[in-house]
Ligand binder design. Structure first.
Ligand SMILES: C[S@@+](CC[C@H](N)C(=O)[O-])C[C@H]1O[C@@H](n2cnc3c(N)ncnc32)[C@H](O)[C@@H]1O
Length: 316
């Protein structure tokens, strides 16, 4: 089983093998068989070159019929939320221009030369490719949404790389391990207990390692606890102010916390496309006042904070 390659690097995770296997099944998700058929229908194509830049790209020759087959198979894995990708000329224009987020994050973390990385809530692994481009040695993404794991398998069918993984588990299900850099992007505000999440990020960071937390933030007001939905999302529990996000990181044991970016999310960055045909951010904003969500909360702004784990910290 190919997961053995991951377990050879993280032997303490071997215990999850059965759990991982059980996730890739029709019993776990009613669409699994259809998605697996899509993977099986991906044409055999020979990559000539690969590029892990803004648009994660595989180039190579393909006949018209093969391209139609490729597009149709990839489309079965709709909705594509994180990207962009370009496989043999088939452009996967995802809901999020994730390259824009990466441009806000990457300059503040510098090269990731030789680093081992945990990407919590990795989606389909788009950022993992960018992390490899920045020099990472190994990226382990973890995301319980099976479709995103299968999108990763589809892309990796052509990138053929065993240094960027997407494991179909919840962060809370991972056996302990420590990484040089731990990312949690777009995950914190979905947590019922954000402090427990940050504490767990701390535990998974090597002493002297770094954490990168990207989250919805509110400007200048105490933490927002939406009653009901926020921007039509039902699972937003706590949106901190930027200052509070830094306080929370310190509370978890990190040091040198720095807020490196705050940006308002635009409807150019998150939008419906032919690869994500559901409604998107535009439909979640107040049509008369797009600085507010439909529910009357401040429209989504996102902050990026970086911090370090002390070399000898908290009893280690
Ligand atoms: C808003 S998306 C963010 C994706 C990506 N990190 C980004 O910043 O664009 C949140 C992701 O977290 C995943 N997720 C939800 N619960 C999780 C958990 N308990 N552990 C790990 N990932 C989780 C979701 O499946 C989803 O892909």
């Amino acid at each position: 089983m190919k997961w053995n390659k991951l377990f050879s690097r993280l032997p303490q995770w071997r215990t999850t093998a059965h759990q991982i296997e059980a996730r890739f099944s029709q019993d776990f998700h009613g669409d699994f068989d259809r998605w697996q058929q899509a993977l099986d229908a991906l044409p055999i194509l020979k990559p000539a070159s690969r590029d892990l830049g803004d648009v994660v790209t595989v180039e190579g020759k393909a006949k018209r019929a093969q391209l139609d087959q490729l597009r149709a198979a990839l489309m079965e894995l709709h909705p594509w939320r994180k990207g962009p990708f370009n496989l043999f000329g088939v452009e996967i224009d995802c809901e999020w221009r994730s390259n824009w987020k990466w441009r806000r994050v990457a300059p503040h973390i510098g090269p990731l030369n030789g680093a081992t990385i945990l990407d919590v809530g990795s989606g389909n692994g788009y950022y993992g490719w960018r992390m490899l481009q920045s020099g990472a040695k190994l990226v382990v993404g973890v995301d319980p949404t099976l479709l995103f794991c299968m999108q990763h398998l589809a892309v990796n069918r052509y990138l053929k790389n065993n240094r960027n993984w997407v494991v179909p588990l919840k962060f809370e299900e991972l056996p302990g391990a420590q990484f040089d850099v731990v990312f949690s992007m777009g995950v914190l505000y979905h947590q019922r207990d954000p402090h427990a999440h940050l504490q767990r990020l701390f535990d998974f960071t090597k002493p002297g390692g770094r954490v990168v937390v990207e989250s919805l933030v509110v400007r200048g007001v105490p933490t927002l606890h939406p009653t009901g939905r926020y921007a039509r999302m039902g699972n937003v529990h706590a949106v901190p102010s930027a200052d509070e996000l830094c306080d929370w990181l310190r509370g978890a044991g990190f040091e040198g916390e720095k807020l490196v970016d705050v940006s308002t999310t635009t409807i150019d960055e998150q939008r419906s496309t032919s690869w994500m045909r559901f409604e998107s951010l535009a439909e979640a904003l107040d049509p008369d006042n797009p600085t507010l969500t439909l529910e009357g909360y401040p429209a989504p702004s996102r902050g990026v904070a970086v911090a370090a784990k002390p070399k000898r910290g908290n009893g280690e």
